[in-house]
Ligand binder design. Structure first.
Ligand SMILES: [Zn+2]
Length: 408
């Protein structure tokens, strides 16, 4: 199917926004939203929600939930961020689309990687969060504005959170609730390395193993002690037995803590870890195997150290379902009508698309921009993808919103 007149107009309107797309990206990359930096998150939120309000969306803020205390925190903490839900309704009966984007990045606001720097030839730029996912947020805002400008009536909710990079613990329940009220989901994560659309993702879970022994002086009373570090080491060998990376059953351990001094038998040790799995069944098997490592005694008893297991399998696997495939084919058809290619691929990475789909919403989640070096100080964006992916997003939303979708 070729682009119709309204879709061609939409693309022209977006082409005319080329410079503004880059300027908006520059503005957002300069706001250091990593490490729960409230000031930059709030500034980002107000810029984005004002633009969405201007195209008819109502905005509500949703308080965040607390996060399990045992999760390993690396330079985090601070206030619990709120999510923002911006909804535009339509009188038409088309699909209601949930668009999810995260405002946070992984980058340290106090670090040297601070701004968007465009290469001399203008093809690429580097900057914190430029692809993951400030570029995605910017193209989505422009796509929705261009739809409005082109007079294409659409019903959508733009869900913004600020804790995606740390597991969406604070915003997951709000995202699930929003997912239940929509027909289709789009997340603005960057395209995979070769420009592919992710159509299936592994799931991810966090766990912590804590062992409790009995302290004793190594020189004076060694045999009275029970080493929590030795107990942890034994447990970690058992964790290694659970893993089978060849079949997608992945368990990685680290960081590890235990003991305070070399002359004391350690009475407490802990290790944190991350599991990845391709299906809900494998998730369940891993969780049961981890739970089986726990001892019945909760404290060191009779010379036996106690083993406690905490786990939070917060991002379920996102398998390819017939609905996801249909949605992906609709995205590919839109791409091809624009003269673009949209290959499909699988990934072990997780994102909010895992949560949306687990909540029952067919979701495709790599409709952001193209680039690479995610989560590193070399993060870069292919600048031609700003206009291209904005056009793809806008045409796809236009088609989905009129209720005809499925790769036509
Ligand atoms: Zn991301």
């Amino acid at each position: 199917m070729a682009l119709d007149a309204a879709q061609r107009k939409l693309c022209d309107l977006i082409e005319a926004r080329r410079d503004r797309l880059l300027e908006d990206l520059r503005t957002h990359v300069a706001l250091p939203t990593g490490h729960h930096n409230t000031e930059a998150v709030e500034k980002t939120r107000s810029l984005l929600t004002a633009r969405l309000a201007a195209v008819g969306a109502t905005h509500s803020r949703i308080a965040g939930d607390p996060k399990p205390k045992w999760l390993y925190e690396a330079g985090e903490g601070g206030p619990i961020p709120e999510a923002s839900i911006c909804t535009r309704t339509s009188g038409r009966a088309g699909a209601k689309i949930l668009i999810a984007g995260h405002m946070d990045t992984v980058h340290d606001p106090a670090g040297d990687f601070k701004e968007l720097i465009v290469d001399p030839d203008g093809r690429r730029a580097t900057g914190p969060g430029c692809v993951d996912m400030k570029g995605g947020l910017v193209i989505a805002i422009h796509a929705l504005e261009a739809l409005e400008e082109a007079g294409i009536d659409t019903a959508w909710t733009f869900f913004l959170n600020a804790d995606e990079e740390t597991g969406s613990y604070h915003s997951a329940s709000a995202l699930r609730e929003a997912s239940s009220r929509h027909d289709l989901g789009i997340a603005l994560e960057p395209a995979l390395a070769g420009g592919e659309l992710a159509i299936e993702r592994m799931g991810s879970g966090q766990f912590m193993i804590e062992t409790r022994g009995r302290a004793a002086h190594v020189g004076r009373a060694f045999t009275e002690g029970v080493s929590a570090v030795s107990a942890l080491a034994r447990a970690l060998l058992q964790v290694a037995e659970i893993a089978d990376p060849a079949t997608g059953r992945i368990l990685s351990v680290g960081p590890v803590q235990g003991g305070l001094a070399t002359n004391a038998v350690p009475d407490r040790a802990r290790a944190w870890g991350n599991a990845r799995f391709p299906t809900p069944e494998v998730s369940e098997e891993i969780q049961q195997a981890l739970a089986a490592l726990a001892t019945p005694n909760t404290d060191c008893e009779g010379g036996v150290a106690a083993v406690h297991i905490s786990r939070s399998f917060n991002r379920p696997a996102k398998p390819k379902t017939p609905e996801v495939e249909r949605l992906a084919l609709a995205a590919r058809a839109a791409a091809e009508d624009l003269g673009q290619k949209l290959p499909f691929a699988s990934t072990g990475g997780v994102c909010d698309g895992n949560i949306m789909q687990d909540a029952g919403l067919p979701t495709i989640d790599t409709l952001g921009v193209r680039g690479g070096g995610l989560h590193t100080p070399e993060e870069w964006i292919d600048l031609s993808s700003l206009v291209e992916r904005c056009q793809l997003l806008a045409v796809l939303i236009a088609r989905l919103a009129r209720g005809k979708w499925g790769g036509q």
